[in-house]
Structures are given as structure tokens and as C-alpha cells.
Design a binder for this molecule. Structure first.
Ligand code: CA
Ligand code: CA
Length: 138
């Protein structure tokens, strides 16, 4: 839980400057509406965080390490596999920044269920939950 809060704070810090033109949105907090640009920036930041050795490529090992750090426990291998597959679109075992950016685009499109170019809190949560990345646990 503590980890989620840290992530949320980092996210808020990241989003705040981008939302400065829309104070009403910023006040809704880190889980508020996420614009397309903010989402893409978030995914890029996430990629940089995952790319522990900064070689521009995220491996399954790096993804596992990142998820373990975030969740406080090692994630199930099949969850890592499923998530990694969404990142490594050509299946060569390496997720490049370009692949992750492209998959972020399609994920955004998939989550933006009412197609208004912004992820509402509900859309965002539903999308994260679907990926098994949400803060909610059963
Ligand atoms: Ca790497
Ligand atoms: Ca790849």
C-alpha cells in the first residue's frame, strides 16, 4: 500500500505541470482524468524506471524487478509474461522504447472507452485493473 502511495505521489508530481492549465483537474488528484499526452509521458517515465541498466531496452528480468519493487513481492510469472507480451510487440524478448510507446498508444485507445481523448478516473482504474496493475486487490 505504501508503494502505491509513493507511486501516486510521483505521478501527481509528474502530472501537475501538465495540468497547470486546468487547476480543477489537478485538484482531483493523481487518479483524476488523464489526458493522452499525460498518459504517454507517464508510460515513458515508467519505461525509464523499468530500464534499470539504461540501455534503452526493458527485459523481462527488468520488468520483474520493477513489479517486485512496486508490489513488495514477486509477481506471478504468468502475469509478468502477459504484461511483457503487451510491451514486447515483436516478441524478440526485448521491449524497446518504441514498442512500449506504441503499446501505450493502443492501451490508451482501449481504456478510453468513450473516446473523448481523456481517461476518466473510472476508465483509468478499469484499465489498470484489467492489466493487473491496479491498487485494488481481492
Ligand atoms: Ca534495460
Ligand atoms: Ca521487442
Amino acid at each position: 500500500m505504501k508503494t502505491m502511495m509513493v507511486t501516486g505521489t510521483a505521478l501527481a508530481a509528474l502530472l501537475a505541470p501538465m495540468l497547470s492549465g486546468a487547476p480543477a483537474l489537478a485538484q482531483r488528484g493523481p487518479m483524476g482524468p488523464v489526458t493522452h499526452d499525460a498518459y504517454v509521458a507517464m508510460q515513458k517515465q515508467r519505461f525509464d524506471m523499468m530500464d534499470a541498466d539504461h540501455d534503452g531496452v526493458v527485459t523481462k528480468e527488468e520488468l520483474t524487478a520493477q513489479l517486485t519493487a512496486r508490489m513488495g513481492e514477486a509477481p506471478p510469472a504468468e502475469r509478468v509474461d502477459a504484461l511483457f507480451k503487451t510491451m514486447d510487440t515483436d516478441g524478440d524478448g526485448k521491449a524497446t522504447a518504441a514498442e512500449v510507446a506504441a503499446s501505450a498508444e493502443s492501451r490508451f485507445a482501449a481504456m478510453d472507452t468513450n473516446h473523448d481523448g481523456t481517461l476518466s478516473e473510472d476508465e483509468f482504474r478499469a484499465g489498470m485493473a484489467q492489466m493487473g496493475m491496479g491498487g485494488r486487490r481481492r
